[in-house]
Ligand binder design. Structure first.
Ligand code: ZN
Length: 79
């Protein structure tokens, strides 16, 4: 298992996610983002808008994912 924070994944808080794969990690972060969005959390709404802006450019999105995956791969395993 590895740990990444909401902020590390383009979010807005220090909540930690624990996952075995980057796909799982991205999924957890997305779920949390949606939850916070629905709660009307302003910081997360802003972060999500930025992500949506990024998604308009598939190349930029791909690059973002590649960078985050690298970050994930470089992390040490949780003890
Ligand atoms: Zn968050």
């Amino acid at each position: 298992m590895k740990t990444m924070t909401c902020k590390q994944l383009g979010g807005a808080c220090d909540k930690e996610f624990h996952a075995d794969s980057f796909e799982e990690m991205a999924e957890l972060s997305k779920k949390h983002g949606m939850e916070m969005f629905q709660k009307g959390d302003e910081n997360h709404i802003t972060a999500m808008k930025e992500m949506q802006e990024l998604m308009k450019t598939p190349e930029a999105m791909k690059e973002w994912f590649r960078d985050k995956r690298k970050e994930f791969d470089a992390l040490p395993e949780d003890k």
